[in-house]
Design a protein around this ligand. Structure first.
Ligand code: ADP
Length: 410
């Protein structure tokens, strides 16, 4: 349309026309003045309506704000936030993926940008949900079961914005589900472990009651021995269950007391040697008097040493040595226990520290094992920043070792 210069020309022309009309009207000074004012008002109106001219002679851009749709997804802060998010996040406009962060691209592939969100997240529940929700739907969470692979679970949340834009958040719940499964498996396993000896105890007590005092001495003695053995098995299981829950509760509390690892191991060995354990005499301690100070929980370190040494006694061949060594390795101390037993096949090694995992269940039960010893060892080791290693050669024997950081001034 007109620029400001032309509006000025128009204004002057209007004044001139007004003056001519005034002259034609008889040269009345009032009429001339009124015509001039009207000309000025007209010129000012036209002038005011003209866009301002910029230095390079182009009209400055004045965005008519109410006509441009507000885009949250195109805001630079949004792109920055999306990139910082660790979990998959998608910005969707009219069901088309407009923006996807790195985690989303890793999960769904680069091709999803520009694709329909329903084909990008290939899950029937997600597709149905995305087809149903309207623009004002509140933030909601849905479960994507067996996604992206069987046995895994993700959740999807959608924040609906204006103009058909949405933010889709995806979150991996598989690890949380696995932890929940482990917890319920643990309760089921513990109950099963307790039920077995309890059933034996009740069975023998009922038999003795049925015999109404008629059982001969040796029979009664045999039954009572079984009852005692099963009751002790239950007692050990309860002790181990309490230990594991205590150790787990302390998991994030770093020990602050200074203890001498050498003294702790020496004390554990003498306790085992003084006990009635069949192989007490087979323990060979190969370490000197040098103290090995570290930050630790004395009772827990004693339990760790006890569990490793008693395993070597249980699973080593009778009459062969159970060698306990303590070494200083730079700023760490190593406790290592070696036995001469049947050893462990390599595929079992990674699972030995799982609760209730046993290579040979009958063997473990016959030597009074609960299946919790190495799980307790692992937790105690982790709490003390220890590194647990189990090496084994079938037919030759096993070596279990743990290294711990020594105290800073040791
Ligand atoms: P358990 O109470 O059954 O001994 P642990 O948690 O202490 O439970 O050990 C788990 C399993 O690891 C044992 O059942 C046994 O099969 C195996 N194991 C542990 N230590 C040894 C070892 N020194 N030699 C051979 N097998 C071992």
């Amino acid at each position: 349309m007109f620029d400001r210069l032309s509006s000025l020309v128009i204004a002057l022309t209007l004044i001139a026309i007004a003056a001519i009309f005034a002259a034609l009207a008889g040269g009345d000074p009032l009429a001339i003045a009124m015509m001039a004012v009207a000309g000025f008002v007209a010129a000012a109106t036209v002038y005011g309506a003209m866009p301002a001219v910029t230095a390079d002679n182009r009209p400055a851009e004045i965005a008519p704000a109410e006509t441009l749709p507000l885009s949250f997804l195109r805001h630079p802060d949004f792109a920055r936030w999306v990139d910082q998010e660790k979990e998959p996040l998608l910005g969707v406009a009219d069901n088309i993926v407009a923006i996807a962060n790195d985690a989303a691209i890793r999960l769904l592939g680069r091709h999803i940008v520009g694709a329909d969100i329903r084909t990008a997240i290939r899950h029937p529940v997600a597709t149905e949900w995305l087809s149903q929700i309207d623009g004002d739907a509140p933030l909601d969470t849905i479960n994507l079961v067996d996604y992206p692979r069987p046995g895994q679970r993700w959740t999807m949340r959608i924040a609906a914005l204006s103009n058909g834009e949405r933010i889709v958040f995806l979150s991996d719940r598989s690890a949380i589900d696995a932890a929940d499964r482990m917890r319920s498996d643990f309760v089921a396993n513990a109950s099963h472990e307790l039920r077995t000896p309890l059933a034996a105890i009740l069975g023998y007590v009922e038999t003795l009651q049925d015999m109404n005092g008629e059982a001969d001495g040796p029979t009664r003695h045999r039954f009572l021995s079984i009852i005692e053995r099963e009751a002790r098995r239950m007692q050990q299981l309860v002790i181990d269950l309490l230990s594991i829950s205590r150790v787990e509760a302390d998991r994030f509390r770093r020990p602050t007391a200074k203890v001498d690892l050498a003294a702790v191991v020496r004390h554990t060995i003498s306790q085992l040697q003084d006990s009635e354990t069949a192989r007490a005499k087979d323990i060979v301690a190969k370490f000197g008097d040098e103290p090995l100070p570290m930050l630790g929980d004395e009772a827990q370190l004693g339990q760790l040493a006890h569990n490793i040494i008693s395993n070597a006694m249980k699973y080593g061949r009778p009459g062969t040595p159970v060698t306990v060594e303590l070494l200083r390795e730079g700023q760490r101390a190593r406790l290592s226990v070696r036995d001469e037993g049947e050893g462990i096949a390599p595929d079992h090694l990674p699972r030995l520290t799982e609760r209730f995992y046993r290579v040979d269940e009958a063997r473990s039960r016959s030597v009074g094992g609960t299946g919790l010893g190495l799980a307790i060892v692992k937790h105690i080791s982790e709490r003390h920043q220890g590194q647990l290693d189990i090496e084994s050669e079938q037919g030759k024997g096993t070596r279990v070792s743990v290294t711990f950081p020594l105290a800073a001034d040791a």
